[in-house]
Ligand binder design. Sequence first.
Ligand SMILES: [Zn+2]
Length: 313
Amino acid sequence: MRPLALALALVMLTVGGCGRAGDDSGASEGAEVIAAFYPLEFVATEIVGPNATVTNLSPPGVEPHDLELAPDQVRSLAQADLVVYIGEGFQPAVEGVVGELSGTPTIDSLDTQDELIEGGDSHEDEADHEDETGRSHDLEEGAVDPHVWLDPTRLASLGNIIASEMAEIDTDNADVYEDNAAALAGALNELDEEYSAALENCERNELVVSHEAFGYLTDRYGLEQVGVSGIDPESEPSPGRVAEVAEFAREHGVTTIFFEEQVAPDIAQVIADEIGARVEVLDPLEFKPEGDSDYFEVMRSNLDSISAALGCN
Ligand SMILES: [Zn+2]
């Protein structure tokens, strides 16, 4: 972290005095909020509306796990009025800079959540995969699952926290932020109810995915996630792991192996071919959706795919 501290100190020297919380001129010109990647950008934008600028640190098409930062992004973090990110090793470069910031309000989206899903078991003892708590087997040991945004109720909590921070940064618009948070929470609760209703009566409850991003979602709606590649989509599964998931999928009559569009479907296809299932896209919402689509639209399309795959009615 030494070179980083030095770089940041230099940045601070160059930008010294720029609009910051507590500096009255800052808020009136509109606060600068930095969100580490799409779902955080989405929530922050819903909360601040036109009263502040929200910038997404992850460029379009760049896998947000292990994001690297350009020097001007490090500079923008140092100048921001509020930084919203996800800690626990999801994006170490962002965490590194955030750790060196003094005086800038930051929100670790995982701190806003009650029970986080944590890994414990190692990959060696996965023989008992049939138990219905399978998710913990699939996380790297000691790792915390970062994908909290895929549970709408957890995203609503984050919205509330952002609104409280913004209310302090820009007191004049405090009411607006609280109202926006309430409206967002209402819409997210509606989505949550749609999920609960659609997934209540299903023939199967095993969701087989290449990228293990859906742990909070499966937790919330009483499903079981079985992942092939782990919580980092780019980690290579061992042949043993692939065989194990194929075996599990066959035993449970799984009809669909899910993969994400941005990652090649090879492994999912291998498993699907082996057991006569099909592959289908399930979007973990780590990237900004194309065109006018947004979080809600993708979540609803994911719900359709899940309920079809699990034979829900
Ligand atoms: Zn992910």
